[in-house]
Unconditional design. Structure first.
Length: 368
């Protein structure tokens, strides 16, 4: 904020710590003091009955707030930390990474059918709604999510903030995996049915492209609904989870074409990484993916379920090496320009300056 060094407390999932640390490095360079905490260390789990631990976690979180005295708290994912921040009347910033409403709906339709699991979903929905309603600023990471949140919370302060950066120098070729060529690589989790079901499109593609080997990396709770449908094809190989980031870089180094088949996507972080590895990309035109791909320039966008177009684009890229290389180069340049942590930090500073009066007023009320 203007004329004062902003202090920002960031709470997030440990799986994203490496990325968030890069964000903090860039924030420090522009005068924003930041502290990163692992959210689960300060909140109780669903139906946790250990009152002593809950009290201790509450006390530890209040101690951090007292010692660091943040001007605002940024949640990298919505958690019970949000409720604690609301109770302390501190400005709350919500980074919205996915379409939680659709994800929750799919969960209730598929695996969360027992009473206890439905209760957990209902509690999560209640928490999600509370945090968004009481937040100072909502920060969706794509234009798609920006539209979704504005439809549901038209009165809220919403700022587009594509906070999914990478350090380009860290995404370089690594030898290690040996795959059969020509090949197509897919890397995605199998934990949300609305996303994962799109992979079933591959059944007819595998039949019609027996000369191309398809490698799928990733795992999740819908494994048994996806993998058995595909594993009988000789040109399909399931790799399971890859160690991040080295095995992921080995995977991207070796594949000829990267494909993301998703029915629901907040942005698409694997597209960012594949682009930095200069891979030609084909992806379903859903959610925030179009923010990452300039169709026919940095990659190809196809409609959900359009197997004939997928086959056509795969063959084009495999048969036109020079054009595939140009597309990969274009993708790398586009991501470097638009999704570097330095740019993301500057975008965040701009948002905070724009809303400085709102943040100050909230903080001032907290000190009364």
């Amino acid at each position: 904020m203007k004329n004062k060094k902003l202090r920002l407390l960031i709470a997030g999932d440990k799986t994203r710590f490496a990325h968030l640390k890069q964000f903090i490095i860039e924030l420090e360079k522009i005068g924003i003091e930041s502290k990163l905490i692992y959210d689960i260390e300060f909140i109780d789990k669903f139906l946790q009955v250990n009152i002593k631990k809950k009290i201790e976690k509450d006390r530890n979180f209040k101690k951090i707030l007292s010692e660091f005295d943040p001007d605002a708290v940024l949640l990298d994912r919505i958690s019970k930390i949000g409720k604690k921040v609301i109770e302390q009347n501190i400005p709350l910033l919500i980074l919205l990474r996915g379409n939680y409403w659709e994800e929750s709906s799919w969960a209730k339709k598929t695996i969360y059918k027992s009473t206890i699991k439905r209760l957990a979903v209902a509690k999560n929905e209640e928490l999600f709604d509370l945090c968004l309603k009481k937040s100072t600023i909502i920060l969706p990471i794509s234009k798609y999510l920006e539209n979704e949140v504005k439809k549901r919370y038209p009165e809220k302060n919403v700022e587009l903030f594509p906070a999914d950066g990478r350090v380009p120098e860290e995404w370089y070729s690594i030898t290690g995996q040996k795959l059969k060529h020509p090949c197509v690589g897919l890397l995605q989790g199998l934990n949300i049915w609305g996303k994962s079901k799109e992979l079933l499109t591959l059944k007819n593609v595998l039949k019609k492209l027996p000369q191309v080997t398809f490698y799928l990396a990733g795992d999740g709770i819908y494994r048994d609904q996806i993998i058995p449908e595909l594993k009988n094809f000789k040109n399909f190989v399931w790799l399971g989870n890859l160690e991040y980031p080295n095995e992921v870089k080995e995977f991207f180094t070796e594949i000829d074409v990267y494909v993301l088949l998703s029915g629901l996507e907040g942005l698409g972080q694997t597209i960012i990484e594949a682009s930095l590895m200069k891979k030609p990309i084909i992806a379903t035109n859903v959610g925030g993916i179009k923010d990452l791909i300039q169709d026919n320039k940095t990659g190809f966008l196809i409609q959900s379920g359009d197997e004939s177009e997928l086959i056509k684009k795969i063959l084009f890229l495999l048969e036109n090496n020079s054009k595939a290389e140009i597309m990969g180069e274009n993708a790398c340049l586009y991501i470097k320009k638009n999704f570097s942590w330095s740019k993301i930090a500057l975008d965040f500073s701009r948002i905070m300056n724009k809303n400085s009066d709102l943040i100050k007023a909230k903080k001032r009320n907290n000190n009364l």
